[in-house]
Ligand binder design. Structure first.
Ligand code: SAM
Length: 255
């Protein structure tokens, strides 16, 4: 698969999955890339860009490998504190000759960076205060032409949220996730620090065919200066990120 090849989602999932060492990793990667709409949503926004990507909590590096298969040519830096996952991502990148950089590091101490910033399913593994700090630090790393894309479960009262909590308990119990969920954020807990950092923010459901209470948050630099928009009501009119979020949502509807 290359930038010139049409991005058949199943072919992309198979190509990425085939690189992993263990059968269960291959099964996991293939399944995750096939049914989880987050990767296509991010690629829909970023694959035409050559601005560098910082992938915070990158895990096995699925997003980096997926973006390369979808034709993204910019620099990529993945950070995660799960050393075995990082080692596997580094091994694959080395063998495949892909210029993707994976670093064993903590989201609470981010490296210097400027570009696009991605946080997929990371925030709820941090305490509330750490989430706020991370969102501000992440926002500070969004370049003028960059976008911040987060996907996360939001705290809510419906059945989707309860299914998500049960699934999180399971993946921690089987030790797939090193850390347990520490705080499920409300929508405004994500929006407020991003707006206070001068970003325009769009939040919308990203359920796909999953039962989880996942939302896509797309934020980019707008006309707002830092702090100016910190107190906006969640239903206030959206800023210029709507176009990009629309693009991401449209990408996810593509089978
Ligand atoms: C549900 S996984 C998502 C992996 C990846 N973002 C994806 O969607 O393919 C969450 C990841 O966040 C990482 N993580 C959790 N807390 C972290 C922290 N404080 N610093 C760095 N990584 C962290 C975990 O190790 C795990 O790999």
């Amino acid at each position: 698969m290359s930038a010139e090849t049409p991005a058949n989602p199943r072919a992309v999932a198979r190509a990425v999955a085939a690189r992993f060492r263990w059968p269960w990793q291959r099964d996991y990667a293939r399944a995750k890339l096939s049914w989880d709409p987050a990767y296509a949503a991010v690629a829909g926004v970023l694959s035409e860009s050559d601005v560098a990507v910082l992938d915070i909590g990158c895990g096995l590096g699925l997003l980096g490998f997926y973006l390369r298969e979808r034709g993204y040519k910019g620099a990529y830096l993945g950070v995660d504190f799960d050393a075995p996952k990082i080692a596997e991502a580094q091994r694959i990148a080395r063998i495949a000759g892909m210029d993707l950089v994976f670093v064993d590091g903590d989201a609470r101490a981010l490296p210097e960076f400027s570009g696009h910033v991605v946080l997929l399913d990371l925030l709820h593994y941090l305490q509330s205060t750490d989430q706020q700090m991370l969102l501000r630090e992440a926002a500070a790393r969004v370049a003028e032409s960059g976008v911040l894309i987060a996907r996360n479960v939001l705290r809510a009262s419906g059945w989707r949220f309860h299914v998500t909590v049960l699934q999180e308990r399971f993946i921690h119990a089987v030790r797939w996730m090193r850390s347990p969920p520490l705080h499920y954020p409300l929508r405004d807990e994500i929006e407020a620090p991003l707006r206070a950092s001068g970003l325009d923010v769009d939040v919308r459901p990203l359920w796909g065919n999953t039962p989880f209470n996942s939302f896509l948050i797309v934020a980019r630099r707008g006309s707002r200066t830092p702090q100016e928009g910190g107190g906006l009501h969640p239903d206030a009119p959206r800023g210029t990120s709507r176009t990009i979020a629309d693009e991401a949502a449209a990408t996810c509807r593509t089978p």
